[in-house]
Design a protein. Structure first.
Length: 293
């Protein structure tokens, strides 16, 4: 009975001792070769952090402070653990007393991370990109507007240049087709009108593409409607067939009309100052009584 009671009493005591030992076991040592262990070795054994490591270890009671301060330990490049194991180099201490080294190094790294300066620097790093973005936002907006403006100007310039080429090409083609048709009409009243009609439609389509300003657009559209030779010239005048002289007179009148209209088309392609002056003059002539006379 005494033996059983003794065993019953020692059982819980043994378990308590095990729990105490497990609780007291250091939890700072990282496995050898692990990333955490490598970080501790690189950071804490660096020459710029070694003195701080010795100070932290001395304050934690892991190293014996040397007189007058733990910094003097760094001068000898050796440390004296509180455990009676003798003096050793910091590298040897990190290997032979891994738990103590890991504890001191973890405390040092944690203190450095929680320092006000580090927190401010971290906060600055987090907010820095946003502040930089706000600072550069006006410049970005101006740059974007300049880019869009440049692209718009370039696109408009290209469109105007292409339209100018189309107008000039259409004018030349219509003039050549009209002269050819009128020359043939003088000899044959049933001359083919197909080529001049196609050239007229092409020039009219180019004139319809003229946009701003309003006065120029209206003038271009009016010219497209007023281009001569929309239909073949007549072969008869009533019941009487037109003779050679009559066809020649009609052809000459149409030829002069073609030249006037094509001259007006050329005005659309001239410089803006001259074009505005012509537009203003025509507007003044329409609004001034007796100006037409």
């Amino acid at each position: 009975m005494r033996r059983r009671r003794r065993q019953g009493r020692t059982g819980p005591g043994t378990a308590a001792v095990v729990l105490v030992l497990l609780a007291a076991a250091p939890a700072f040592a990282a496995p050898a070769g692990s990333k955490e262990r490598d970080v501790q070795l690189v950071y804490c054994l660096d020459a710029s952090h070694r003195a701080e490591l010795f100070t932290a270890a001395a304050r934690l009671g892991l190293l014996q402070p040397a007189a007058p301060a733990p910094v003097s330990v760094m001068a000898t490049d050796s440390v004296m653990p509180t455990a009676s194991v003798g003096r050793m180099t910091p590298q040897a201490w990190s290997v032979r007393r891994q738990d103590d080294f890991a504890r001191a190094c973890s405390a040092l790294m944690g203190a450095a991370a929680d320092a006000p300066g580090a927190a401010a620097e971290e906060k600055k790093g987090e907010n820095g990109w946003f502040e930089t973005f706000l600072t550069s936002l006006p410049l970005l907006a101006v740059g974007a507007l300049l880019t869009l403006g440049g692209q718009s100007w370039e696109r408009t310039s290209v469109e105007r240049r292409l339209l100018k080429q189309q107008l000039e090409s259409g004018r030349t083609s219509f003039r050549a087709a009209a002269r050819e048709y009128l020359r043939n009409y003088e000899d044959d009243p049933a001359a083919d009108h197909t080529a001049v009609l196609a050239a007229r439609e092409a020039l009219g389509a180019a004139l319809a593409q003229v946009s701003a300003p309003g006065a120029r657009r209206a003038r271009a559209h009016r010219l497209a409607d007023e281009l001569p030779l929309a239909r073949p010239l007549p072969e008869f005048d009533g019941d009487r067939r037109l003779g050679t002289d009559a066809r020649a007179r009609r052809a000459q009148e149409v030829r002069q009309s073609v030249d006037r209209k094509l001259s007006a088309v050329s005005d659309l392609n001239r410089r803006g100052f001259h074009r505005r002056w012509r537009t203003a003059r025509e507007r003044l002539a329409r609004t001034t009584p007796g100006a037409a006379a």
